[in-house]
Design a protein around this ligand. Sequence first.
Ligand SMILES: CC(C)(COP(=O)(O)OP(=O)(O)OC[C@H]1O[C@@H](n2cnc3c(N)ncnc32)[C@H](O)[C@@H]1OP(=O)(O)O)[C@@H](O)C(=O)NCCC(=O)NCCS
Length: 179
Amino acid sequence: MTQIPEEPEGKPISASRTTLSHIMTAADTNLLGTVHGGVIMKLVDDAAGAVAGRHSGGPAVTASMDEMAFLAPVRVGDLVHVRAQVNWTGRSSMEIGVRVLAERWNESTPATQVGSAYLVFTAVDADGKPRRVPPVIPETEQDERRYQEAQIRRTHRLARRQAIRELRERRIAEGLDED
Ligand SMILES: CC(C)(COP(=O)(O)OP(=O)(O)OC[C@H]1O[C@@H](n2cnc3c(N)ncnc32)[C@H](O)[C@@H]1OP(=O)(O)O)[C@@H](O)C(=O)NCCC(=O)NCCS
């Protein structure tokens, strides 16, 4: 008989919320002299990965990254803070919301938001197969709003994937495209 694993106990969002901070140097710049978007994306993926690992209690892989927005340039000498938390959980996947803030490393001016992103991580077992994650427990009204917004994004991601799959299958069946 197939064993259906029990749903793990819920975990509050605050249990895995994480901030990763890093000072930008000349090694992080693009040809324009500002910080390369890919450097920020790596930090975003690292912070989100730490949150996903902490929430799920084991390995988790990046399944998708969407709505990565760059709101203002990041410069050499900026101290960048990447704040990440679980917004939503499914069966084996988690949406991680990330905010990127920057402040001058040697000034006491307030940090400004320079970016944001939503990533989906899937918890995997030793064979790389999806495994169950604890349901996340929103603790504040803001957490609750983020949870509801994440559900909307999840619905749209699934619908878009399904619509594209169906279009491709239809075009192949009509001989318009190759497999
Ligand atoms: C992510 C991965 C484990 C999913 O495996 P799969 O066999 O397709 O599993 P499923 O279709 O059952 O999906 C498992 C969960 O992930 C979610 N998921 C899978 N692909 C997704 C995508 N592209 N976007 C959003 N969610 C996704 C599913 O919705 C499902 O969520 P749920 O269990 O909460 O309902 C697999 O595609 C993988 O290993 N990808 C490579 C990941 C990686 O190496 N990342 C680093 C890149 S260098």
